[in-house]
Structures are given as structure tokens and as C-alpha cells.
Design a protein around this ligand. Sequence first.
Ligand code: IVH
Length: 729
Amino acid sequence: MLMAHHGSDLIRHLAQPVGLALAGCLYVLSVASAPWTASAAEDPPGAVSPPLSPAAAQARMAELRAEIAYHDELYFRKAAPVISDFAYDRLKRELADLGQAWPAPAPEDAAAAAIGDDRSGRFPVYRHRERMLSLSKSYSESELRAFDARLSRQLGRDDLEYVVEPKFDGIAISVTYENGKLVRAVTRGDGVDGDDVTANALTIATLPRTLKVSAAGSAPALIELRGEIYLGYAEFARINRERTSEGEEPFAHPRNLAAGTLKSVDPRDAARRRLEIVFYGCGGCEPATARPAAQTALLDQLRSWGLPTIVTPRVVRGADRMWLAVGEIGRERGRYGFPTDGAVVKLNAVAAQRRLGATTQAPLWAMAYKFAPERVATRLRAITVQVGRTGVLTPVAELEPVRLGGTTVARASLFNREEIVRRDIRLGDWVYVEKSGEIIPAIAGVDLTRRTPAAVPYVFPAVCPACQGPLVQLAGEVAERCPDLNCPAQVRRRLEHFASAAGVDVPGLGPVLVDRLVAHQLVKTPADLYRLRRDDLRQIGSGMEASADRLLAAIERSKRAELGRFINGLGIPQVGVVSSRNLARHFGSLAALAQVQPADLLENHRPLVSGLGEKASLAVLAYFVRPENQAVVADLLRLGINPKVASDQESVRPLSGRIFVLTGTLPHLTRAEAVKNITAAGGKVAPVVSRETDYVVRGEGAGEKLTDARTRGIRVIDEAELLALLAID
Ligand code: IVH
């Protein structure tokens, strides 16, 4: 009975989305000096350029409202937007502008004015003592100067004092302390009522439970402190690496991931990701006299209470200096370890703030300045479709290579078939490519003014581009999949994953060699790798003579990789580095894991394997239920490969004995942080590449060490792969 029950559970779960798998090579950000035909950054067409007829204006407004509602749904309810914030803001601005030029029959445009609503219905709601407002936004110097001019006029004086702060790109939060004790953390919600996410917020290590109060002072009876919960870039990269190793699509933006994490129903899920918090404001306060009289005083107070706050606020007088301070933040923000999307200018004196007041949406004494994401226009040459390790098809834009944010971009994500149709992206179109804090370049829009009749709609393949087999779409999933495990693309991706640094680690066995081995039908499963002989390698073409022995030696060495790496290398969906290591510790051998009975796994083992969720357990069962996967394990055992669990010492120090060389600048970790992390995990960092080197970690502007590593066949990894190896859980 029990079996039957779990069996049907298993089938139900298998029919559900198991996440999108991405081929490891989806996003090409080549730093090479690819020939680049000059294509200077261009501004997209202005908001309302050609004069519109009243009917056309109303039609455009209806279109914009629908578009905004669609993105609101994705952003607020699903935390999975498909356009950048900047592009979204532009839609809202266009609607607001049109609303002004063509006052609609409806008095106010709700969609343009709305503050949004992040409530999910999964948490108790709590009413803020003082409304939680949003900020008015500006996009140009003249708008900021107009803001200063308005304030000067209303307050009757020039040279107003402003505090200029970075605008953190996370999720707004209000944390209430009563007599110095944290009692509640609530999201903005609709500004009046928000979700009570206290349990999740308490997983944030840097959020103090009590305020530090000096012997002489005391904390207010009640204070609502306003701030932002966010994910730092390094943690974001670590999570994404873990996720791709689970065969799932990486998250596109740290803000959405922070929002999703904060809204986890189980606080243990929130605890697995290192959210951070920063405070910059104050809501309700009792007694009211305890409220600091200036923004600078508030920031000082927050600091002395031991709360994380804005580290380098700029305090300036007048519009000129204010604009300079905004520019400074714009230049510095590339070096921040947290995502920012702008600067916030706040009038310093609270008394003056009060005189100015607020609208229903935003205070009149503060203004956000949004930095334009770097964007360039380029031609969409083609759309290719990648087949991932678990068969998911992902369309990729093949672009005329173009410089963007210090790298050459030749490809960008196109999400899925539906997105291409919805955004009417055609082959041959001029498209805007954007990198706005997001790590992955995305198509921000199409320049319709440059569309020619030659631009043709893209026809999504009706069959798998790799094996020509039929495609399937699982219930509730937008992605199309190739269901055939023997599809050569999936076979290749699985082998690459098995041999990767987070798998059994066979340096030199990258995509090119895997392609050749699969094309020559020499290898299909991980076990086949261990049957390779020198003569086989000779067959596959020139250039192998010199490297064959080195490759065979690396394959031989990989037999001694610890069990967790073998399990991870199998590529079980939902099971990444950390779960693999925990499964290894618990089961102790491949055979024990492969033979576990469904009921036994779910009832008896699962509670004992740290962090193994229901989805992952079901994925393990689904994997080993298939005879072809059982055959791989049996084959490995027959070949005498019986990986062992790492000793405690090794698992605490996962990089024990490994030697690293760093080259170039890493996107998020400083060199010192990278060295500290590697040594803490038991590894060593050497200054030069030698025969002993295990990994070369490549950053932007990597030099000779990279070439050296490649000629010696040493494994080259990027920062995300390094973070995965460190696999902090
Ligand atoms: S002050 C009443 N300061 O940006 C004004 N907000 O787009 C309260 N944000 O809702 C906001 N960094 O969630 C302020 N240094 C900063 C900020 C900041 C990020 C967020 C905040 C706000 C949103 C508006």
C-alpha cells in the first residue's frame, strides 16, 4: 500500500516541471579580442516620439497596461521577470507620459501609479504603523536638477543638504524592534499591509536580534526600521552554480532570488541561502522624539545600534555636488559586492522632509536616480537551440559580436519559444542587448524602426535539433523537451557534467573532446570512459597523440574521486554538489544508493540525509528506476570502480591537497578573498602554473597563465566553478 502510494506520488512529481536544464555553454561572454565592428551604444527610440492620434494613443495605453500587468504578475507573484527593471520602468514612464498627454476617461491611471503588491497569500499579513512608500524615479541629470529646483522653491532656500546613497536592488523590508528586541519583519506588500516574514528574516546572520544600546542610552519603545534584503553577488554565483549542477536553469537576477528566498514557506530553505540586510530608513517610532532629526543622524544611530547600514553616504549641498555624488556612485558600483540599480538622493533634515510631505506613492523629499543599464544595438544573426543535460530546449540569440560592459557579447538568452513569439523577435532584427547588474546578457527589445521586410519570424523546431525525435511539453511547463535519453546532445552534456570539476574531474575532457568521442561512438556513458584505450584515442583525429596519455592518466586518477563527486557526476536532476555529498555520507557506496527501495528512501533515509528535499528524493528514485541508469552503476562496479566516501577531514576541507593558480580579475571575489576561501577549504594557491597545478581560476584579463594551463591540459575554471568546488552549505 505504502509502495503504491509513493509510486503514484512519484509519477505525479515526474509529470511536473523539474526545472529547466541549461547547457553549460549557453552564455558566451568571450573576453577574446573578437573582431568587433563598431556599433556604438544607441538610445532606444524616445518614449512617445511621433505624434499619435487620440485613438492610437488610447490603443497604445491599453497595450502598455496589458504589458505592465503581465510583467507585474511575473515580477511580484512569480519572482521571475523576463525584462530588466529598466525596460519595465520605461513602459511605466511611457504610460504615465501618454496619460498626461491624453487624459483618459478614467481619472487616474492605476497601473502607472500603482506601488505594486508583493503579498503572496502564504504569510500572515501585518499592517505597517507608517505606510511604506516607494520612491519617485528619475533617469537624467535634468530631472534631478528639477527635483532640487522644486525643493529649493518650496523650502525657500538654495544649497539644500542632501544625503546620496546607493540604491540597493533587493526587496524592501520593515523590521520592528520593541524596547530594543526584534519582534517582526514585514515586506512592503501594498504599502499598507505586508507579508510577515519574520521566521525567514531571522535566518539572516547579519540581522541583530537586539539593538546594542550604550549604558547611558535606551532603545525606543517601538521603532520600524526600513531597509532592503538582498543577495550579494558571490552568494548569487554560488547558488547558481549549485543550481546548474542540479540540471536546473540558473537564476537571472539576485533580486528575484532574494525575493523568492525571503518568501520561502519553509525557513530552512531561506537559511540555505545567505541573504543580507541593510537599513536606511525609519517608519513608525514611539516615542516620536526618539526619531533622529536628520538622515545622517539616523544612519549614525543605526550603526551604533549594531545594524548594517549605508557605509559611505555622501553628504552634499546643492544640485551640482549632488549630481557629482550620484556620478561617483555610478562609477563605484561596479566594485560593490551587492546589486545596485541606482542612487537615492534624500533631503537630510527631517523637519524639512515633513514640510514637503508625500504623495500616496512616494515621499516628495527623496528621488531615486536609475542608472541606465549598459545597452547596445546589434543584429540578431540567428537563433540556435541548445539541448541541455535533461533534454530541455533553450533558444539562444546568436548576435553580431558587440562590446558591452568590457566583454564581447555574441550570444544572449531568449528564455523559451513563447517569449520569442510574445516579443515578436525576428531573425535579422536589430535588437538591444543589455547587461544591467544581471550577469547574463539579455535581449531588452527590438528596434522596430530598423526592421526590414527581410526580417522573418523564427520558426521553433518541431523536433529535437540534435536527434530529430519528437518533443514533449510537461504539464505546467513552458519549456519543450527532448524525452530521449539517447539523444546525442544529452549524452554529450551528461558526459561533460560527469567529467567536470564538480564531478569526477577529468581535466582536458571538455566539450570538444566529448563531442569527438561521442561522434566516434567511443563513449556513451560514464563507464565507457574507463574502457578507453590509447588506440581508441588515436582514431578520433589528429592532435591526440600528445595528449592521449595525459587524458588516460586523468581518467585513471578520477577513479579515486570520492563518492559525492561520482553521485554529482551522474547528473540526477535536482541533486547538486551539496546533496550529492550528503547522500554519499549517508549511503556510503554507489550500490547502496542505487538499490534503495522507494518507501525506504522516503520514510527511513530521507530524514537522515541533511537537506534532502522531497523533490530531490523523488528525482533520485526516478533516476534509479530506469534500467539504463542502473546499468551505468553496475558497469562502473564491474570495472572495479567503487568510490569511497571522503574522510571527515576531506569533506570538511573539500579542496585538501589541491593546488590552484589564479589569473585575471574575478567578477566578485577579490584575490585575497579567493585565496582565503581556497586555503580555508584545504587547498593551496601557487603563483605560477606547474605540473602540480590542479586548477587555474580564470578571471577577466587572464594572461599567460591561462595559455600555459591550456597547453598543459590543466583544468581551467571560472569563479562560479570555484564557488561550487568550495560548496559552502
Ligand atoms: S529610501 C520613503 N534608500 O528602492 C523612502 N530606498 O524603488 C523609502 N531602496 O522602496 C526608501 N536602496 O525598497 C531608500 N538607500 C535606499 C534604498 C532604497 C534601495 C529601495 C526601497 C524602495 C525602492 C524604491
